[in-house]
Design a protein around this ligand. Structure first.
Ligand SMILES: [Fe+2]
Length: 526
């Protein structure tokens, strides 16, 4: 053997213990054959025992069409046949035969990888037909080498299986951290999609959820492409790949979407031309509740079974998040129904304020949107506003309905309602954060309010919002001792109170809100 070949062989033997991956190992193994075979490129297939399928593990200088041809060789059983033979096999490139009608210089050399009698995989090399390729000595050397290589690859497989399990565990830990981080489903799904696109390296992706009422798929989260790139036409979705996965409940890998006659004309994607797709159904106990769509595998021609396994793991995490969120949403809705029933109780107690709590809540939510409050703050404000006067249940009706001026004692009794409300609600854990706004909704910006005489920004923001909404509704409602103010007079009164009774910034926003609401129609009183 010439010295340079010996050097290559030595490098290969060293790589058996130091190589960073299967690709590196095969590269070193084929180096001594570079000049004799003059190969253009190659790929490495490794048999996945669990799936009993070949998976693509490494590609070097092989075009997409040649890679597809190799996959056709798998489908036609030629790779299996070569493994059964147990010797390197030369197969003419089928496309060239079709075009030219005779053997050409491009051929696939299939090198079977067998270790201890077990099938490990195959290396498929694209090389021109030459005397060397037909030379038995070269093929014999390749055969010996392939056995050493197969054992080394088998070791790599074992190590990478352990690595894969560690990675799966790490992905699961990341996913469960995301699920427990928030109760807001949209946020959880966006974070899970981000993790999925990172783990299953893809250019962009979407998550669609089945609407609970009309059972239609709706885009819920996207990354790398806008949500509007998914059609909102149920017919397009049902004709496409997304609809098929939702209907069948089975995952789907598409290698060339644009040329797939089943889906390419469906119109499910708007202005997008995805190349490769991986779709996974989100299956709950009640059926398919959504579809995870990953588009354009990065750094590889197709999505692999390994990608599918990771996507399935993450889809299961999304299902856990969805079920948790639906459960929470059902609980929240029944809680909201109970709270609204409670406000009816407040209204029954004080007939002059019928519908007051619901109206105040509506005003507060509009003001909160102008203030760009977070969803959580809006949620607290909603329950706080609905229940701000719950303490009035403890005030004597004769005082609440008294048409004449209140005595000091009577006024004191009324002034106790924020604290009594706080006492009532204190035991409901869900409303913990709303306690402060119930207690402080009668504080004044100048510090002359009750119960604590808090001043300015020391008064919780949500309580300052309720104070303005509460006053607006009180002034526009009839009272035992006066008729309702006109809209204009109420606005004037709010302006007068800005900086003394109310937070001036909130008054400004609230007046804009009241004017907008009035434009949309009369503000109804029950
Ligand atoms: Fe009140």
């Amino acid at each position: 053997m010439p010295p340079d070949k010996l050097k290559d062989l030595q490098t290969f033997l060293e790589s058996l213990t130091h190589a960073e991956g299967i690709g590196n190992l095969v590269e070193q193994a084929l180096k001594p054959f570079k000049s004799s075979l003059n190969y253009r490129g190659y790929l490495v297939l490794v048999l996945d025992e669990e799936e009993d399928q070949f998976s693509l593990r490494y590609v070097r200088n092989l075009s997409r069409s040649s890679q597809k041809t190799v996959f056709n060789l798998i489908d036609e059983g030629i790779i299996d046949w070569s493994l059964e033979r147990g010797e390197p096999t030369i197969i003419p490139h089928p496309q060239r035969i079709e075009q030219l009608g005779h053997l050409t210089e491009d051929n696939f050399l299939i090198i079977p990888l067998i270790a201890g009698g077990e099938r490990v995989g195959a290396i498929v090399v694209l090389c021109p037909l030459s005397d060397n390729l037909m030379n038995n000595q070269v093929l014999k050397s390749l055969s010996i080498l392939s056995h050493i290589l197969a054992t080394a690859i088998e070791n790599f497989k074992l190590r990478s299986n352990v690595q894969r399990k560690i990675e799966k565990l790490s992905t699961l830990i990341k996913a469960s951290t995301i699920i427990s981080s928030s109760l807001i489903l949209d946020d959880v799904l966006s974070s899970l999609l981000k993790l999925t696109l990172k783990e299953v390296t893809s250019e962009y992706g979407f998550l669609l959820l089945m609407d609970r009422e009309n059972e239609q798929l709706l885009p819920k989260a996207s990354l790398g492409a806008s949500l509007s790139k998914i059609s909102n036409d149920p017919k397009s979705l049902s004709k496409g790949a997304i609809g098929l996965v939702a209907k069948s409940g089975k995952p789907l890998i598409i290698d060339d979407y644009e040329k797939d006659p089943r889906f390419c004309a469906s119109g499910e994607f708007v202005g997008l031309a995805p190349r490769t797709l991986l779709l996974v159904p989100l299956k709950t106990k009640k059926g398919v509740s959504g579809v995870l769509v990953l588009c354009n595998a990065r750094d590889k021609p197709f999505y692999t079974n390994d990608n599918l396994r990771t996507a399935l793991t993450l889809a299961n995490s999304a299902v856990v998040a969805i079920e948790k969120s639906y459960l929470y949403e059902d609980l929240r809705q029944s809680f909201l129904d109970t709270v609204i029933a409670l406000t009816t109780l407040i209204d029954m107690k004080d007939r002059y304020t019928r519908g007051h709590s619901v109206r105040v809540t509506r005003y507060c939510l509009q003001i909160a949107r102008k203030l760009n409050l977070s969803r959580r703050e809006i949620e607290i404000l909603k329950f706080g506003a609905l229940l701000h006067d719950i303490g009035k249940v403890g005030v004597d009706e004769s005082i609440l309905h008294k048409p004449s001026k209140l005595t000091d004692e009577e006024y004191k009794a009324i002034k106790r309602h924020p604290e009594m409300g706080e006492d009532v609600i204190r035991h409901i854990k869900f409303l913990e954060e709303g306690l402060q706004i119930i207690r402080h909704h009668h504080e004044r910006y100048d510090g002359k309010g009750y119960p604590n005489g808090l001043k300015g920004k020391d008064i919780p923001l949500l309580a300052r919002i309720i104070a303005v909404a509460d006053a607006f509704d009180a002034m526009t409602s009839d009272r035992p001792y006066r008729k309702a103010f006109s809209f204009q007079k109420t606005i004037e009164e709010l302006k007068k109170g800005a900086g003394t009774q109310f937070d001036p910034e909130i008054v400004k926003l609230a007046i804009a809100v009241f004017k907008e609401m009035r434009k949309q129609g009369p503000i109804l009183h029950w």
